[in-house]
Design a protein around this ligand. Structure first.
Ligand code: AMP
Ligand code: MG
Length: 320
């Protein structure tokens, strides 16, 4: 049984996995009244909730902590104070239980959890708040084929939503508003498999000032930004010859983005895998799930450190 700890940003979570099966997935999210994440505050949140979430996870799974084989920790990439909070917790438990820690890269975990819904060798569209990347396994490593050149898709949506007074998080509200909107042309920025959102951000703000309807802006934002992501993902699939797409990240909860991915995959005879919501957002089940695949990478507690800026392709892959 592997116990996973997620701590890279706003979410502190504990998940338990046994033979690829998720037994429990508990999480608590740090929230702000307004504005974005304050790393030290989020770390404080992790310290405050960790013991409670840990107990809740063991209770729900109906197991004793003695049954845990190793602790999988999301030690990279992320906000340093949050990573440290999670690491301190994982080390304390691992020492008490006399077990090892498996350091897991958070982005890779988003991709690997796709296996739980049947993916085998996929291209992943990772669309979260801070991250927007197209990742796939090629020549021995998980490689980033494309990514945002400025801000992450979720942060871009949230920034616009905040600008027009819709509050935080903006994604779900924009999705609702978009349902009755009409199309207005916006800057479409894709270079190879990279995308950028700053031009669209400026244009949206200008159109809002001019009095365009929020519904129309929301609809056009989704159609344009998601089309960019899906085009980049399709290029990566064509380039690598892979026949599967997996979605990851909080923006992946958006029904229109899921629909566009599904249509693209159908048109090219590929399979689309969309994990359920609790595995799309930041969660510890995916850390435990990946940790179980990586069990041979388990190390002594003293050898573990955080890697806030670790890149996906820095990770040595021994489990596939
Ligand atoms: P994450 O960083 O993976 O935790 O995802 C958080 C991001 O997902 C935030 O930027 C949210 O606005 C965004 N998000 C959540 N639900 C939706 C949705 N239904 N449509 C678009 N974005 C969403
Ligand atoms: Mg994430």
């Amino acid at each position: 049984m592997i116990l996973g700890v997620e701590c890279t940003a706003h979410t502190f979570g504990i998940g338990i996995v046994e033979k690829g099966k998720v037994l429990v997935n508990v999480r608590d999210m740090y929230k702000t009244e307004s504005g974005g994440i304050i790393p030290m505050e989020s770390a404080k949140h992790h310290h405050e909730v960790s013991e409670r979430i840990y107990k809740e996870a063991l209770d729900k799974a109906g197991i004793s902590e003695k049954q845990i084989t190793a602790i999988a920790l999301s030690n990279a990439p992320g906000l340093a104070p949050c990573l440290i909070a999670g690491m301190q917790f994982a080390k304390k438990k691992a020492k008490e239980l006399g077990i090892k820690i498996i350091p897991v890269n958070h982005c890779i975990a988003h991709l690997e959890i796709g296996r739980s819904v049947g993916a085998k060798d996929s291209v992943m569209l990772y669309a979260s708040g801070a991250n927007t990347q197209i990742i796939a396994f090629a020549s021995g490593k998980y490689r980033v084929f494309g990514e945002t050149l400025d801000i992450g898709i979720g942060n871009f949506i949230d920034k616009f939503a905040r600008h027009i007074g819709l509050g935080f998080p903006g994604g779900p509200v924009i999705e609702q508003k978009a349902k009755t909107g009409k199309y207005i042309e916006l800057p479409y920025a894709i270079k190879g498999m990279d995308v950028s959102f700053s031009g669209m951000q400026t244009k949206l703000n200008q159109l809002y000032t001019k009095g365009e309807k929020i519904e129309d802006l929301s609809f056009s934002l989704q159609e344009t930004a998601f089309a960019m992501l899906v085009e980049a993902a399709e290029r990566a699939m064509a380039h690598t010859g892979k026949k599967e797409l997996v979605l990851g990240g909080g923006v992946g909860c958006n029904a229109r983005l899921q629909e566009m991915c599904r249509i693209m995959c159908e048109e090219r005879g590929a399979k689309f895998f969309c994990p359920v919501r609790e595995f799309l957002v930041d969660n510890a089940a995916m850390i435990a799930f990946t940790g179980e695949l990586m069990i041979k990478e388990a190390v002594d507690v003293d050898k573990v450190d955080i890697r806030p800026r670790e890149r996906t392709d820095d990770v040595e892959i021994s489990w596939r």
